[in-house]
Design a protein. Structure first.
Ligand SMILES: [Zn+2]
Ligand SMILES: [Zn+2]
Length: 190
């Protein structure tokens, strides 16, 4: 399995894109149900809201397609699909705290009120911020698509040679396949 990454920073878009179902890694869609989303959000940690109503998960899955398309175009160094960029921007529209007049008991004060926005909007804001910092910052060079056969996951490579989303999953399968190929070559069919 692929290890979740700390939330917030540039690793969040990778962790978010990696919620997709992957047959190679035998992992389910982590955005399929509120329960699965919650387990994922807890693993990732940080400030991700833990509760997303089932009806809002479809919007997050669409956002995931957009983020995935952006990551892919960054890896391929090609222009991103316009629709993906638009979707990320729309999801991340800032919900700015507003000053609100209040009475402290001794005098007037201004309090900041954060508008009551749905949790999925907060996820959208976090992703808009994190994707911006990933695609325009130094971590972009570490962004890769896993080379595991049939794997749908991405990774932020910590070393130059890192090619798989997980050493125990895709990395191990590739090693086993290489070993098998070598053995076959040494021992041709009779
Ligand atoms: Zn995978
Ligand atoms: Zn993989």
């Amino acid at each position: 399995m692929h290890r979740p990454t700390p939330s917030g920073g540039p690793s969040l878009p990778v962790a978010f894109a990696n919620t997709v179902r992957c047959d190679a890694c035998r992992s389910d869609d982590a955005l399929a149900t509120p329960r699965r989303y919650r387990a994922w959000a807890r693993r990732v940690g940080g400030e991700l809201p833990e509760r997303i109503p089932a009806d809002d998960l479809a919007a997050l899955r669409r956002l995931r397609s957009a983020v995935t398309a952006l990551l892919r175009s960054a890896i391929e160094r090609s222009a991103p699909p316009r629709s993906a960029l638009d979707r990320l921007r729309a999801a991340g529209r800032a919900t700015v705290p507003r000053p609100v007049l209040a009475w402290s008991g001794a005098g007037w004060v201004v309090r900041e009120a954060v508008p009551d926005v749905p949790s999925r909007r907060r996820v959208g804001e976090m992703l808009q911020e994190a994707t911006t910092s990933l695609l325009t910052g130094p971590h972009r060079e570490q962004l890769r698509a896993c080379e595991g056969k049939g794997c749908a996951h991405f990774l932020l490579a910590r070393t130059r040679g890192q090619r798989w989303c997980s050493a125990t999953g895709c990395g191990n399968r590739a090693r086993v396949a290489r070993h098998y190929e070598r053995a076959k070559r040494r021992r041709p069919d009779r």
